[in-house]
Every structure is written in structure tokens, then in C-alpha cells.
Design a protein. Structure first.
Length: 94
């Protein structure tokens, strides 16, 4: 497995979505689907998204979670070079 620092970091802060009562799942999945094998997603969230861990693990992603004073910083990265699109909803293309 590659070192996490080898990846270009793409940051997505969803705390404002959560604060407004919006579910950021679709936004997160869209960001994940845009990642190439050289990029990682740095997700900034107000809580630790445990269900998201298993969704992305099933798609070949590992994660590192950091608890910060502002919330949680979760870095998602591929543990192999295979790119697997993630279905956002039943009507979405994979």
C-alpha cells in the first residue's frame, strides 16, 4: 500500500451542509467518483461518518481519521489502482 502522503489531497468540507440539515452523501459520492488513483479525499465533517467507512471500503478505499477541535478530518484513499465508480442512487449511472 502507498504512503498516504503520496496522494494529492482534494478537500470537501460538509459541516455547513450538516448544520443546514442537508444530507451530504450525494456530494461526497460525487467527489469520490471524480478521484483518480493519485488523489485522496479529505472529508471535513462535524461527526465521524461510520456508515460511510463501510460503503467506501466495499469500493476499495481505506481511510485515516483525525479528530480535530473543529470536527473530524477523514482521508479516503484507494488501497489499489482499480477505479470503482460508486452508485449514487438507483437511477444513477455507475
Amino acid at each position: 500500500m502507498r504512503d498516504i502522503n503520496d496522494f494529492k489531497k482534494i478537500t470537501l468540507d460538509v459541516r455547513e451542509d450538516i448544520k443546514k440539515g442537508n444530507d451530504p452523501f450525494k456530494k461526497i459520492m460525487e467527489a469520490v467518483n471524480k478521484l483518480n488513483e493519485e488523489e485522496s479525499l479529505v472529508l471535513i465533517n462535524s461527526f465521524e461518518p461510520f456508515p460511510l467507512y463501510s460503503v467506501l471500503k466495499n469500493k476499495g478505499f481505506e481511510h485515516v481519521t483525525n479528530n480535530t477541535p473543529e470536527g473530524f478530518e477523514i482521508i479516503f484513499f484507494r488501497n489499489n489502482d482499480e477505479i470503482k465508480p460508486i452508485k449514487i442512487s438507483d437511477g444513477a449511472d455507475e
